[in-house]
Ligand binder design. Structure first.
Ligand SMILES: Cc1ncc(COP(=O)(O)O)c(C=O)c1O
Length: 364
C-alpha cells in the first residue's frame, strides 16, 4: 500500500491544529466552560455585521457561490488601493500557500523559511517535493542574513510569516527590504501577514509597495484573525496580475462558499469590531506580560494576538493539566521548542483564568 503514496508525501507529518473545545470536553469529561487559547481566534466572536449579513443570505445556500468573488474583490480592491486583478481569494490563506506551491514550485527547487515558522509553508513545499531549507531564528526573530545566505540558483520561494507564528516577532520594513534586494526575479517572496491588523508598529513594511514596483511578491492576509471569521475560511492574496493568473490556473472552482463571501464583505466594513478587537488584544498583552514578569516566566514580546512563553520544562504535563482546568493552549514541541507554550490573548476573564490556572500549577 505504501508504494501507492507519492514519494514526497510519504514523510509528511500532517498539520496538528489547536485542540477543539468539543474534543477536550469529551476526552477529559469536562462539563464546565473551556477556554480555547490555542488557535489565535478572536474571542470577541465574529464581526456582528458579518453575522447579520450571513443571516440575511441564508436562504441562498442552495445556489453555488460567485466563483469570481466579484463583490468581495471590489471592496478589498478599494480598501487596499489595488486593482481586482491583483487579488486572489482563498479558502483561508492556507489555501493560497497550497496554490502558490502548486503553481510555482518544481520538484527539488528550493524553498527558504525561518525555523520555526507557520508550518504550512513547509508542508505544502514537501508535497511538491521542494528542497526545504529552514533557517533557525536568531533571538526569536527571523534571521534575515541567514535567509539571504541560503539563496542559490535553485531557489524558487522565500516564505516569510511576518509576524512569525509561533513566536510573534516581526521583521521591519528595513529587514524585508534586505530580503527583497537579494531576491532576484526567479524567486517568489511570500509575505504572510495573517496578523497584519493587530500590528501597531510604524516600522512594519508596506508590502503592497513591492507589488506596485512589479516585484514577485505575494502578500497574504486573512479574515480568520481580527475579523473573527476563522470558521468561514476566507483569506486573500495580493500580487501582480501574472502571479494571480498562475494561482487561478490551479484553483478549484467555487473555492469560497457563498456565506463566507458575504461574511467577509460585511466584516471589512466593521471598523467598530476591528477596533474593539485590537484594543482587547493590546490590553490583554499588557496584563499577561505583567503577570509573566511577576511569575518569572520568560515570554517573547509579540506583535500579534498570541504570546509564546518559556515554562522552562517539558510542556506535556502542563499542557494536559491546563486542559483539565479548562484551558487549551498550544505546545510548541512540534515547532522544535519543547519548553514553550503559545497562548492566544483572550477576553480579560479568560486571561485571568489562564494566569490563575498557572498559579494553581505552581507558578507564583
Ligand atoms: C502565519 C499564518 N498564516 C496563515 C494562517 C492561516 O490562516 P487562515 O485561517 O486564513 O488559513 C495562520 C493561522 O494560524 C498563520 O498564523
Amino acid at each position: 500500500m505504501v508504494n501507492l503514496i507519492r514519494e514526497s508525501v510519504k514523510n509528511i507529518k500532517p498539520y496538528i491544529p489547536g485542540k477543539p473545545i468539543e474534543e477536550v470536553k469529551r476526552e477529559l469529561g469536562i462539563t464546565g466552560e473551556v477556554d480555547k487559547l490555542a488557535s489565535n481566534e478572536n474571542p470577541l466572536g465574529p464581526s456582528p455585521l458579518a453575522m447579520k449579513a450571513v443571516k440575511d443570505s441564508i436562504q441562498e445556500m442552495n445556489l453555488y457561490p460567485d466563483d469570481a468573488n466579484f463583490y468581495l474583490k471590489n471592496k478589498l480592491a478599494e480598501y487596499l488601493n489595488v486593482s481586482t486583478d491583483e487579488l486572489f481569494i482563498g479558502n483561508g490563506s492556507v489555501e493560497i500557500i497550497h496554490y502558490a506551491t502548486l503553481a510555482f514550485l518544481n520538484s527539488s527547487e528550493r524553498v527558504i523559511m525561518a525555523k520555526p515558522s507557520f508550518i504550512m509553508g513547509k508542508i505544502e513545499s514537501q508535497i511538491m517535493d521542494g528542497e526545504i531549507v529552514e533557517v533557525p531564528v536568531k533571538n526569536y526573530k527571523t534571521d534575515v542574513e541567514g535567509i539571504i545566505s541560503k539563496i542559490n540558483s535553485k531557489t524558487k520561494i522565500i516564505y516569510i510569516d511576518n509576524p512569525n507564528n509561533p513566536l510573534g516577532s516581526m521583521l521591519t520594513a528595513e529587514d524585508v527590504e534586505k530580503i527583497m534586494e537579494n531576491a532576484n526575479e526567479d524567486i517568489l517572496v511570500i509575505l504572510d501577514e495573517a496578523y497584519y491588523e493587530y500590528i501597531d508598529r510604524e516600522d512594519f513594511p508596506e508590502s503592497i509597495k513591492y507589488i506596485k514596483d512589479n516585484r514577485n511578491v505575494l502578500v497574504l492576509r486573512t479574515f480568520s484573525k481580527i475579523y473573527g471569521l476563522a470558521g468561514m475560511r476566507v483569506g486573500y492574496g495580493i500580487a501582480k496580475k501574472e502571479i494571480i493568473n498562475a494561482l487561478n490556473r490551479v484553483r478549484l472552482p467555487f473555492n469560497i462558499g457563498r456565506l463566507s463571501q458575504v461574511a467577509a464583505l460585511a466584516a471589512l466594513d466593521d471598523d467598530k469590531h476591528r477596533e474593539r478587537s485590537k484594543k482587547m488584544v493590546a490590553e490583554g498583552k499588557r496584563y499577561l506580560y505583567e503577570k509573566f514578569e511577576n511569575m518569572h516566566i520568560p515570554y517573547i514580546k509579540s506583535e500579534t494576538n498570541f504570546i509564546a512563553i518559556d515554562i522552562k520544562r517539558d510542556t506535556d504535563k502542563v499542557f494536559t493539566n491546563l486542559q483539565k482546568k479548562g484551558i487549551i493552549v498550544r505546545p510548541l514541541k512540534p515547532y522544535g521548542l519543547p519548553t514553550f507554550l503559545r497562548v492566544t490573548v483572550g477576553l480579560s476573564e479568560q486571561n485571568k483564568r489562564f494566569i490563575d490556572a498557572l498559579k494553581d500549577l505552581g507558578w507564583n
